[in-house]
Design a protein around this ligand. Structure first.
Ligand code: PMP
Length: 290
């Protein structure tokens, strides 16, 4: 991944892809003092760029550091990366970490580094493939409680259990894994939020110990615009048999129907299809009024 053509923004300047390096004694690598974002550009414009930049800065603050760039500066830098690489539809990855000046748990005086990369990542499935649904395993690891980990930050350290769970799911032939929370309730997937439908209404877990995804918030808004009822509530795994449709959503996944979670079966249907369509329209840059 580190040898390819293209440009990466690093600490305020554009560098060649292969030159965007850091030292092996970076605190972020050893102690996970690292936060990141995941965004998508459509037709050359990043969807909800400001919301992502705000979350990026907030995640850093939760990890006790301040990004040395404002939301406006981050937005401009991200757009520069998209433009400089000549991307239309791509994934954008801002990342910030403590540098290599101090190598111990405490690292108050280390530099804060920020980089922004982007790469091609087209929406992977056409509607008919999507509507077949993906299969989800049920992860062994649970989302930690808010008193155990800073669960609302998009912090690198929180992804350790996601990578382990996703690898296990893939080895067992699944696309991803559903994770429960510390109390055994349905939480989310390893990199996306979860929705279900019941009698025409959307049901989704309360985002009280996992990321309240920007896509999740967008989907809730789109559903309400359609007049659908949206119920945010505690959902236990044994309730999954009572739902009709299920889908995951996230910047990467967009809206992707689910056909199976462990022993439970779902039939992707009209609500998933409608929200896939609504989302794909919503992410397109708006035409400027003449
Ligand atoms: N949960 C986790 C664990 C994630 O990594 C992501 C992707 N950032 C999401 C949910 C969805 O968040 P968003 O819609 O903001 O991409």
């Amino acid at each position: 991944f580190d040898q390819r053509d293209g440009y990466i923004w690093m600490n305020g300047r554009i560098v060649a892809w292969a030159d965007a390096k850091l030292h092996v004694l970076s605190h972020g690598l050893h102690y996970a003092s690292c936060v990141f974002e995941g965004e998508r550009a459509y037709e050359g414009r990043i969807f909800k760029s400001r919301e992502h930049s705000e979350r990026f800065r907030a995640s850093a603050q939760v990890l006790d550091f301040e990004l040395p760039y404002s939301v406006a500066e981050l937005d401009a830098a991200k757009q520069l990366v998209v433009d400089k690489n000549n991307f239309q539809n791509c994934y954008v990855r801002p990342v910030a970490w403590r540098g290599s000046e101090m190598m111990a748990v405490a690292a108050q005086n280390s530099t804060i580094n920020v980089a922004i990369a982007a790469w091609d990542w087209p929406s992977m499935f056409d509607m008919e493939t999507k509507m077949k649904g993906i299969r989800l395993d049920i992860a062994d690891y649970r989302r930690p409680d808010p008193q155990t980990a800073p669960c609302h930050a998009k912090a690198a350290g929180l992804y350790m259990i996601c990578t382990i769970s996703k690898h296990r799911a893939e080895r067992r032939g699944y696309a991803d894994a559903m994770m429960l929370d510390w109390q055994g309730r349905v939480a989310e997937c390893t990199g996306a939020n979860l929705f279900f439908t019941q009698k025409g209404a959307l049901h989704t877990p309360i985002a009280d110990c996992f990321l309240n995804g920007i896509t999740r918030q967008t989907v809730i808004e789109l559903a309400k615009r359609r007049g659908l009822e949206v119920v945010e509530r505690r959902i236990m795994p044994d309730e999954l048999s009572g739902f009709d449709e299920c889908f995951v959503c996230g910047t990467g996944a967009e809206v992707t129907p689910v056909s199976e979670i462990g022993p439970y079966r779902f039939t992707p249907g009209v609500i998933s299809r409608a929200l896939i369509e609504d989302y794909s329209l919503e992410v397109r840059p708006r035409q400027q009024a003449a």
